[in-house]
Design a protein around this ligand. Structure first.
Ligand SMILES: [Zn+2]
Length: 450
């Protein structure tokens, strides 16, 4: 495709299929899959105009019928015909672990078990020095950016001295990547940590850096006390919360339920995200219904991690898995709860693959959770719905006035989009194509090949 038109910064993208849920409200004519064929005018880095596609050949004269309120130079031959290829807004990846990433070769998960992953990471953490961490985390950001992501939230292991180091490295990266990626970080410890003075210090550190308080909730007799403590620390400091919950096939694990009850009990006004929620998929319908009701009432956003959950859940030696590992995505959505999907781990003991490619996440999410029955909500799960959950309701929509941060694909409908890798996608940031080449694996060889 000829990119020179896109370099001009002022052009029409013609004949693009866009999910209706990401367009301005209107009387759009949509396909069976909820796609609308549109023309999009980009000017000075912004989406200036989105309108139903004019049929080929009608061309520019029809533009005179639309009410452009500026002296946009629309009569130039600046038309980029996408030939019905799909466009998604820049991706929003709300659950990652940049600090753990890309260490597979030095930290292999030999049996693929969850417990082995935890153990292997703990052993690996002696290698985490500021420069080492910076380089691996930046590798993750380079992949994300090249694949078309515009905003990303990472969890940071924050036990003891890891917390200060992790947030320092993250803050430096956030500064360096300010113009390219919107970044957020969440403190990751088991929730009992917040009952200690070190936990209070961590909450202060999170507050000082303006990031997010969080951790892993494990079922235990003291769970309610731990959760209450975290909510109190967050309220005192006006922080949002993000939890890892119920990443297990144990139906007795109901931390999501406990957190939702706590949110209501504390009348919590901040945003709450809960990730994984795997056990919800193995509980009785009555238990699920009870949890969905309080999660909805508490306004909690859910993020499912389909690739990592499929990798770790239902894994036993010499036995083929029967369960896909994901939470009850469709039921959550049916209850009116906002659900995103995200990358989670990349090439570390929790997931041996991954490249921070949100199209792959969408692709795998659609397959694993059967989201192909109804595509209405699927594209939002890696774009606007995800952004809304982390506090950016206007981000990742294709509407006039929005930044022209878009990903252009050859695939014209979902079957085409999700059948190929779309590695020839065009990523526009502020209306201009970026370099989509990925970082060479070899640049981390001195860190991970020993
Ligand atoms: Zn995670």
């Amino acid at each position: 495709m000829n990119l020179s038109i896109l370099e001009t910064g002022s052009y029409w993208i013609k004949n693009a299929h866009v999910p209706v849920a990401l367009l301005p409200l209107g009387n759009w004519q949509e396909t069976r899959e909820g796609l609308v064929l549109v023309d999009i005018y980009i000017h000075e880095g912004l989406i200036q105009q989105v309108q139903p596609a004019l049929s080929l050949g009608e061309g520019l004269e029809v533009n005179e019928n639309i009410n452009l309120n500026t002296n946009l130079n629309i009569h130039q031959e600046a038309n980029y015909d996408l030939r019905q290829g799909m466009i998604l807004p820049g991706f929003v990846d709300i659950h990652t672990h940049l600090d753990k990433g890309h260490i597979w070769e030095r930290a292999v998960n030999i049996d693929g078990a969850f417990a082995t992953a935890v153990e292997t990471i703990q052993k690996d953490e002696v290698n985490w020095q500021p420069e080492e961490l910076y380089r691996r985390m930046e590798f993750g950001l380079q992949c994300s950016y090249a694949h078309g992501t515009q905003a990303l939230r990472t969890h940071l292991d924050a036990l003891g001295s890891l917390g200060k180091q992790g947030f320092q490295v993250f803050s430096e990266l956030k500064k360096q990547w300010l113009d390219r990626l919107t970044l957020q970080a969440v403190a990751l410890v088991s929730l009992d940590y917040y009952l200690t003075p070190a936990g209070v210090e961590l909450a202060d550190l999170v507050s000082a850096t303006g990031e997010i308080l969080g951790g892993v909730a494990y079922p235990n007799p003291n769970l309610e006390t731990e959760i209450d403590r975290v909510f109190t620390l967050a309220k005192e400091r006006d922080l949002d919360l993000d939890f890892h919950v119920d990443e297990t096939n144990d139906p007795e694990s109901r931390c999501l339920y406990s957190i939702a009850l706590a949110a209501i009990r504390h009348d919590f006004k901040g945003r709450i995200t809960c990730g994984h929620c795997c056990s919800l998929a193995v509980q009785s319908p009555a238990v699920v219904a009870e949890t969905l009701q309080v999660v909805k009432d508490a306004g909690i956003g859910i993020v499912s991690l389909p690739m990592c959950n499929m990798f770790l859940q239902d894994r036993e030696p010499s036995r083929t898995p029967r369960w896909r590992g994901v939470t009850a995505i469709q039921e959550l959505q049916g209850a009116g709860i906002e659900v995103a999907i995200a990358s989670d781990n990349c090439r570390d003991p929790f997931y041996g693959f991954g490249d921070h490619d949100m199209l792959e996440v969408l692709n795998q999410g659609v397959r694993i959770a059967h989201l192909d029955n109804n595509y209405t909500k699927a594209p939002g799960m890696v774009t606007n719905t995800a952004a809304t959950i982390i506090g950016f309701p206007d981000m990742a929509k294709i509407i006039p006035g929005a930044k022209a941060d878009l990903v252009l694909f050859r695939g014209r409908r979902y079957s085409e989009l999700l059948a190929r890798s779309q590695h020839d996608r065009i990523v526009l940031r502020n209306g201009k194509p970026i370099d989509t080449s990925l970082p060479d694996y070899a640049i981390l060889d001195d860190l991970v090949l020993k």
